[in-house]
Ligand binder design. Structure first.
Ligand SMILES: Cc1cc2nc3c(=O)[nH]c(=O)nc-3n(C[C@H](O)[C@H](O)[C@H](O)COP(=O)(O)OP(=O)(O)OC[C@H]3O[C@@H](n4cnc5c(N)ncnc54)[C@H](O)[C@@H]3O)c2cc1C
Length: 419
């Protein structure tokens, strides 16, 4: 193809990363976003580039899933409701909760994580992006002895894949982060991870993609694919037809309508999470140098310049963006337990976002077997920021170099032909 015309749908970190990588490689790129850049999960997440971790599907999850049907205060919450697609998804999710699956995914995700880190460092340096980038890792801090033991076991497992988590006793943890409570048990330092302000990063990457020639259209909704003789020739949008040689769907959890029309169903559910930002200072957020993950509560506390973001929890309540106060309070309550001086003053923002959750806990990246010119980039779950830039590179390579090897384990075709 000479200077192929490529349409990217979705202005989250995945779509923008694809647009950036494609434009950098010389393609003629047009990104369509129905709302504004960063209006989905990518604008308000916890901002950690966290690598080397096992997928959400793990042995013992079934029990947690069942308990979560009853407990609104649990970090993982599934309000009971009649939704056949959710129940099918949960059935598939639980089937993947085996040690074998964890091992198989780690074999793919652990090396991918290393590439992801390198890609982040390279983009931030090469493009001179200012986004509160911290390269010294994060702490997983534990409130209970069983929590600490589970965290240590997980760290040992991660070590086997070439990462370097370090166990830290409470005294050392508090020497490094003096605002942490003396009631904690200890923690783990994950030195390889990074953190940043995700919206600052996304906006800067959008500008860099534009500088490389990408056209970015906000407020334009893709309605469906235009396909002739098994090949994608463009998109139908609310502003009319747009022609293209290839289309990349990076629509987060919102791909069912467009794909359903061409007979493709991906096992995706929206996994809602929340954030509350507090200004740093007396009575407000603690002064922390590195992000702290409050392990039992599943809450990340990430310093982003003059504020700290408390973000996390996972809720399967469908496509809604309601923000019940008790769910947001879970974030602040966990923070108060772990940072006794945190007064709760100075709320800067409250937010929720829908993670694109694939039933096997792995992202869905690549072309679809029987429709030429269609690629998918979604299902990144809790790792969309982490894997955004590397996903962009993978998609650009696959579209622009037909001989490039495919990562079959991440291909959308794995759900249609599991063997
Ligand atoms: C509370 C919370 C904390 C998180 N913390 C982290 C973290 O620390 N690290 C990490 O790596 N990940 C984290 N994540 C996950 C991460 O935010 C997501 O995986 C990632 O944002 C997904 O990006 P995306 O581009 O696929 O989706 P989105 O950001 O949702 O973008 C999809 C975009 O597509 C647009 N769109 C949809 N349909 C159409 C259409 N038909 N036409 C045009 N546009 C359309 C939407 O408007 C949206 O802007 C967190 C998520 C949450 C909720």
């Amino acid at each position: 193809m000479s200077r192929p015309r490529i349409l990217v749908v979705g202005g989250g970190v995945i779509g923008v990363s694809c647009a950036y990588a494609l434009a950098k490689a010389g393609a003629h790129v047009h990104l369509l976003e129905r709302d504004a850049i960063g209006s989905g999960a990518s604008g308000g997440n916890a901002g950690t580039v966290a690598v080397g971790h096992p997928p959400l599907n793990r042995r013992g999850r079934l029990r947690q899933v069942l308990l979560s049907l009853l407990d609104e205060g649990s970090p993982l919450y599934i309000p009971p409701r009649w939704d056949p697609s959710l129940w099918r998804w949960l059935r598939d999710f639980v089937r993947y909760c085996t040690d074998e699956h964890v091992e198989e995914s780690m074999k793919v995700m652990a090396p991918l994580g290393k590439n992801a880190l390198q890609t982040f460092d390279d983009i931030i340096e090469e493009e001179g992006i200012d986004c509160e980038y911290i390269r010294s890792g994060y702490y997983k801090v534990c409130e209970t002895a069983p929590g600490l033991e589970a965290a240590r076991n997980q760290a040992i497992a991660i070590e086997a894949y070439g990462y370097h988590p370090e166990y830290i006793g409470l005294d050392e943890l508090r020497r490094r982060e003096p605002e942490l409570s003396s009631d904690l048990q200890g923690g783990i330092h994950y030195p390889e991870s990074r953190s940043l302000d995700p919206l600052k990063f996304l906006k800067a990457l959008t500008e860099r993609a534009k500088l490389r020639g990408a056209l970015i259209s906000e407020g334009v909704r893709a309605l469906g694919l235009s396909i002739i003789s098994g090949r994608v020739v463009g998109l139908r949008t609310n502003e009319g037809e747009v022609g293209a040689d290839a289309v990349v769907l990076a629509t987060g959890p919102f791909s069912a309508d467009i794909l359903g029309e061409v007979g493709i169903q991906l096992p995706l559910q929206p996994g809602k999470g929340y954030h509350r930002d507090y200004a740093t200072g007396p009575g407000g957020a603690p002064q922390i140098k590195l992000p702290c993950e409050l392990s039992e509560a599943s809450v990340f506390c990430t310093p982003m310049g003059n504020f700290v973001r408390f973000a996390g929890t996972m809720e399967f309540s469908g496509f809604n963006r309601e923000m019940p106060t008790p769910r947001l309070d879970q974030l602040s309550n966990a923070a108060r337990r772990c940072f006794p001086a945190f007064g709760g003053d100075g709320i800067k923002s409250e937010w929720c976002g829908l993670r694109p959750m694939a039933s096997d806990g792995m992202p869905i990246i690549g072309s679809i077997g029987d429709i030429n010119g269609l690629s998918i980039a979604t299902g990144h779950g809790m790792l969309g920021l982490t894997l955004g830039p590397i996903t962009g590179q993978m998609i650009a390579r696959e579209i622009l170099d037909p001989d490039a090897p495919k990562l079959r384990k991440l291909s959308p075709d794995r759900f249609r032909d599991p063997h």
